[in-house]
Design a protein around this ligand. Structure first.
Ligand SMILES: Cc1ncc(COP(=O)(O)O)c(C=O)c1O
Length: 381
């Protein structure tokens, strides 16, 4: 826990919402902020382009991509808006999403659909899932001759489900459909190789599972698709003067959004280094064991069910407490915090009430037992 800045009095089981930043990475972030303030003009105008290029290169390498295919952006909401608004979609076209997409990104597509006349089609992926093939088949039921783009999560937010995105992208490519993957929860939680996934567009946070500072994310666009992507924010990267022109049009158009604090972006290499050194594959596996333990202990209580087989979740375990008939899930979540100091999301999804338990380097076995005990005391059993 002391590697992180988290309040030691809180049983923090919600890494999934906003992540948490290790002290080492946060120190580096603040160092960049101080460096900027020492000489803002030198830093922002003369040094920043090279510093960003270095950060981008290290990030691209970590993701198995080329550095000219990746730009640093504040978050996936930004990238989803970019694609929803710029693709040439109109009446008669369809964007296919699953029924487990993150609300803000779904809104981005629904908003653009209202403006431009295309349809957003939501396809259910029934739970519990059985196999990657069954997931692809279920999702593919939503594809029609009018499907132009598939937008789907790599790991879903509300249901913490890892989806077979490489298989979906392959099938989409064969069918001539573009793909955008929302990987908000993927890098850091699982190994991500963008070349192998084969999506046209991929976005993720660095601030969640990569443990970088808040407001760092990336947007990947395959080289041969970059001509399709217009900037969401038009600024110096586009204009004739191109003051902040970098290696290529894609980067200059999408990365410089006007003056902002780039320290979170510049701390991404420190987050990657922290993972390599301090969150090894053994540590990650231990963290996954804790997520499985949380699911197993909780599901021993009468009326509480696990949702996914082990192979379909990583550091976020999901349990279904619908049978417990919790009337007000927000109040129930507050009660867990007030009575037990447990920070964990209680989610209403469709007609179900779910609890998503995130684990990370700072999670201890005691945290998991405290959580299980709180459920026992609340529900009996
Ligand atoms: C699946 C998914 N997509 C997108 C986002 C949006 O992230 P941000 O708010 O950083 O844009 C989240 C955030 O929790 C998410 O879980």
């Amino acid at each position: 826990m002391s590697d992180f800045l988290l309040d030691p009095d809180v049983v923090f089981l919600n890494h999934g919402s906003f992540g948490a930043c290790p002290r080492l990475v946060f120190d580096q972030y603040q160092r960049w902020q101080r460096e900027l303030e020492r000489q803002p003009v030198r830093f922002l105008q003369r040094e920043l382009p090279q510093l960003l290029a270095d950060a981008r290169r290290q990030l691209a390498e970590y993701l198995g991509a080329h550095s000219t295919e990746v730009v640093l952006v504040p978050n996936p909401t930004f990238a989803a808006n970019t694609i929803a608004r710029c693709l040439p979609l109109g009446a008669g076209d369809e964007v296919l999403i699953s029924d487990q997409e993150y609300g803000a990104c779904r809104f981005a597509f629904q908003y653009a659909a209202q403006k431009k006349g295309f349809r957003v089609v939501e396809q259910s992926i029934p739970l519990p899932v059985e196999s990657d093939e069954a997931i692809v088949e279920a999702f593919w039921q939503g594809v029609t001759k009018d499907t132009r783009l598939i937008f789907i999560s790599h790991i879903t937010s509300t249901t913490a489900l890892t989806l077979p995105v490489a298989k979906i992208c392959q099938r989409a490519r064969d069918a001539g459909i573009l793909t955008m993957i929302d990987g908000a929860h993927a890098p850091g939680q699982i190994d991500v190789n963008l070349k192998e996934i084969g999506a046209d567009f991929y976005t993720a946070t660095c601030h969640k599972w990569m443990c970088a500072p808040k407001g760092s994310g990336f947007f990947f666009v395959r080289e041969d698709r970059q001509h399709l992507v217009e900037p969401l924010v038009v600024g110096w990267g586009w204009g004739p003067e191109k003051t902040f022109h970098r290696e290529n049009e894609f980067i200059s158009n999408h990365e410089w959004l006007g003056t902002h604090d780039p320290a979170a972006y510049l701390a991404v290499p420190a987050a990657i280094a922290w993972h390599k050194e301090h969150f090894t594959s053994e540590a990650r596996e231990r963290s996954r064991e804790f997520a499985r333990l949380a699911v197993n202990l909780a599901s021993q209580i009468d009326g509480i069910e696990r949702v996914h087989p082990d192979a379909f979740f990583q550091q976020m375990g999901l349990i279904d407490i619908t049978a417990k008939k919790v009337d007000d899930h927000v109040q129930f979540k507050s009660r867990l915090y007030d009575a037990y100091k447990i920070e964990v999301p209680v989610i209403r999804w469709r007609d179900r009430t779910l609890i998503r338990v995130s684990t990370h380097a700072y999670t201890t076995e005691d945290h998991i037992h405290t959580f299980a005990q709180a459920l026992k005391e609340t529900f009996g059993g």
